[in-house]
Design a protein around this ligand. Structure first.
Ligand SMILES: C[S@@+](CC[C@H](N)C(=O)[O-])C[C@H]1O[C@@H](n2cnc3c(N)ncnc32)[C@H](O)[C@@H]1O
Length: 288
């Protein structure tokens, strides 16, 4: 299908794109380039000679990819914001949609850049892509990471070590806030959270590729609201003073706004993503 010693790197790329298009991969060109980079361990450029491409490896990757396995799950890495994160069978592969949380939080933090320390909590952290990307841009920021899965936290730890952020981070194995010290929460300035939010009946109809991500990272209960409700109720009960940035989705946004109104929680702003879909909500809790 692909292997031929006389193929140039450009020819290999064309062949990859042809094969990827045959299984209707939406970003065939981008994926082909990632496969080449990964198999030649070079940056995304085409000026190295062919001998640097591990053709056996690229063939193996393509073979798995055409069977429908997502590329990130094959090569165990996914680009997010400005870095390449380790990901595996236990983690949700970081999504470009979630980058808006990093972008907005950084815009808001511009106003706090003279503050001595910024304390961040990445709740439902997965690979840690949100918290790590944010503190990587802010010299005065520290981040705690919470996830319920030990395997997920191993992946998060790997990323923290890869990006040399051990000194500004702490990991908590916890079912939401269950094992997270209340005194620590009281000092948090920002929570960033992308919880599981797919309504169960939609989860069961997700496309085959999305189902490679673990159910625990996607299924948000009957209406997709289970995590938001638990998190918001808890933060109200402890009179949390910081700001919360939630990733949301059009499937749950109406229910979310209704719930926040009932609870008297202030929506600071909402943002849509590049497809003009509801994607981010920033909230603040009433002062008592
Ligand atoms: C949608 S993923 C988000 C991962 C990452 N923050 C991102 O944006 O790519 C949701 C994460 O929530 C975690 N999770 C599920 N239930 C949880 C719970 N009860 N407490 C803490 N984390 C939980 C999952 O393991 C998963 O890593």
């Amino acid at each position: 299908m692909l292997i031929n010693n006389y193929l140039s790197k450009l020819d290999i790329k064309k062949k990859l794109i042809e094969n990827l298009n045959s299984i209707t991969v939406s970003q065939a060109e981008q994926e082909a380039q990632i496969m080449i980079s990964y198999s030649s361990k070079s940056e995304n450029n085409l000026d190295n000679n062919n001998s640097e491409i591990d053709q056996e490896l690229i063939y193996k990757i393509l073979n798995e990819r055409v069977k429908g396995k997502p590329l990130a799950k094959i090569i165990n890495e996914k680009g997010f914001w400005k870095k390449i994160f380790y990901t595996d069978d236990y983690t949700l592969d970081p999504r470009a949609d979630s980058e808006i949380l990093v972008e907005q939080l950084l815009i808001d933090c511009e106003k706090n850049k003279n503050q001595k320390y910024l304390k961040l909590l990445d709740l439902c952290c997965g690979t840690g892509c949100l918290g790590i990307s944010i503190i990587d841009e802010l010299d005065n920021a520290f981040c705690d990471f919470i996830d319920v899965s030990k395997e997920v936290l191993n992946a998060c730890k790997k990323n923290i070590i890869n990006f040399n952020q051990q000194h500004r981070t702490k990991i908590f194995h916890s079912n939401l806030f269950e094992n997270y010290p209340i005194n620590r929460l009281k000092n948090i300035d920002f929570i960033v959270c992308n919880p599981p939010y797919i309504p169960t009946k939609n989860y069961l109809n997700l496309n085959k590729e999305t189902l490679y991500d673990p159910r625990i990272s996607l299924d948000g209960g009957k209406l997709g609201m289970d995590y938001y409700v638990k998190i918001i109720n808890y933060l109200i009960s402890v009179k949390f003073k910081g700001d919360v940035y939630f990733e949301i989705d059009p499937i749950i946004s109406k229910n979310m706004y209704k719930f926040l109104l009932e609870k008297g929680v202030k929506i600071v702003y909402k943002k849509t993503d590049y497809l003009n879909l509801d994607r981010l909500i920033k909230i603040k809790f009433p002062k008592h």
